[in-house]
Design a protein around this ligand. Structure first.
Ligand SMILES: [Zn+2]
Length: 238
């Protein structure tokens, strides 16, 4: 069964003073036979210097196991086309990470342009904000593919996210750091097609997060969709 980790952080973290190296990600992947790894920069590093996106892209070109995502800066520049990025990371835009969203962003004229350009590029965006912000943002989209990390855990109550987006086919969720019980509630309500396996290294470990998904009471076919096929379809991986 092919396995792709859809959520890891790569490179130095300015705010934490640490670094997730290529070697560390490969070590964790080899331990449990993870085939490919989505990587994106740490927010603090990308905000200090957007150039980290280029370095991350170079690393993914060197190491085929990596699937690079682009960090969307505070100027709301869309994912550049044709460069080799497979998705993007939107993180508490102009707000306070894991704490409070900046609602002025929703009124910013740049936002509509960003959404239009992103819908045309048609690449998924790992999107993290407060629940109410996310709800308003999603309402502005038509088919922009959004992946809400941790089943929404850092932006509020996962069950609120589940109720609000259960019929929004363009909204996906990743399992990183969420409990097995909550993951099962999501699968029961919206099916397995919009759930993606992620570890959130360095905040989770690949082994623990994978074991959690493997031990869910669902059949292997559904597990395979969560572990790789849903993501491959999202990023149009051949
Ligand atoms: Zn993360």
């Amino acid at each position: 069964m092919e396995i792709i980790d859809s959520h890891t952080h790569w490179g130095p973290s300015v705010s934490m003073g640490t670094e997730v190296t290529t070697e560390e990600l490969l070590r964790q992947a080899e331990q449990i036979n993870v085939n490919r790894i989505v990587i994106f920069p740490f927010p603090s590093t990308a905000l200090a210097d957007e150039e980290i996106n280029e370095r991350l892209l170079d690393e993914a070109k060197r190491l085929k196991k990596f699937i690079p995502y682009y960090y969307i800066s505070e100027t709301m520049k869309p994912i550049p086309e044709g460069k080799g990025f497979y998705g993007g990371k939107w993180h508490w835009m102009q707000g306070i990470s894991d704490c409070s969203s900046n609602y002025q962003v929703l009124e910013d004229a740049k936002l509509i342009k960003f959404i239009e350009a992103s819908e045309k590029t048609d690449l998924p965006i790992v999107f993290e904000e407060e629940f109410s912000f996310t709800e308003s943002f999603v309402r502005k989209t038509k088919n922009l593919k959004i992946i809400i990390p941790h089943l929404g855990m850092l932006g509020g109550n996962p069950i609120d996210f589940l109720s609000a987006f259960k019929t929004r086919e363009n909204v996906y969720f990743d399992t990183a750091l969420a409990s097995s019980g909550t993951i099962m509630r999501f699968i029961e309500k919206i099916g397995h097609e919009r759930i993606l396996f992620g570890s959130d290294i360095p905040f989770g470990t690949m082994k623990w997060e994978l074991e959690k998904v493997l031990s869910l009471s669902i059949n292997d076919d559904k597990k395979e969709w969560i572990l790789s096929k849903n993501l491959k379809r999202l990023i149009r991986w051949e």
